[in-house]
Design a protein. Structure first.
Length: 150
């Protein structure tokens, strides 16, 4: 029993030590208290939706994120929005879920935990891995209109 409790405590400490701390302060995303990227937020629809631009610490634009409105959200779950992320330095595009409440913090956490930014560019291999592991595959919303036939 003592062995199991010691093993459990050691595992809990090891997992906690590996977790990255991601914070958003005044437009800058910090990972483990180190500045990672700058985040610019553009509000749309009276602040209900937002688009994001991610810049390296030297000011180079790396990522553009805009709401992907052509995808159908789950009718029973409105806690997230789909965003299209365009990785400018990697020439890749991915669709991701971002929380609808606290969009800035949710997006900052998504980018901060990804580890895709290396200096003034995004790492191509990390971006591919990020899209494959965290990307979403939503269904496209189709609006059917009945046409009267005579």
């Amino acid at each position: 029993m003592k062995y199991l409790s010691t093993l459990f405590i050691t595992t809990a400490i090891a997992i906690n030590a590996q977790a990255q701390k991601v914070e958003l302060k005044k437009g800058t995303v910090f990972v483990d208290d180190q500045p990672y990227v700058n985040l610019e937020v553009k509000k749309q629809n009276f602040g209900l939706t937002k688009s994001f631009e991610v810049f390296s610490m030297s000011g180079k634009k790396l990522i553009i994120a805009a709401p992907a409105t052509e995808f159908e959200s789950d009718k029973n779950d409105n806690t997230y929005l789909f965003y299209r992320l365009t990785f400018l330095t990697s020439d890749q595009v991915g669709i991701f879920k971002v929380a609808s409440l606290g969009q800035e913090k949710s997006f900052a956490k998504l980018i901060g935990q990804s580890g895709i930014v290396k200096g003034d560019a995004t790492d191509d291999n990390k971006v591919k891995e990020f899209i494959a592991s965290r990307g979403a595959s939503p269904s496209i919303a189709v609006d059917y209109t009945m046409v009267p036939r005579s």
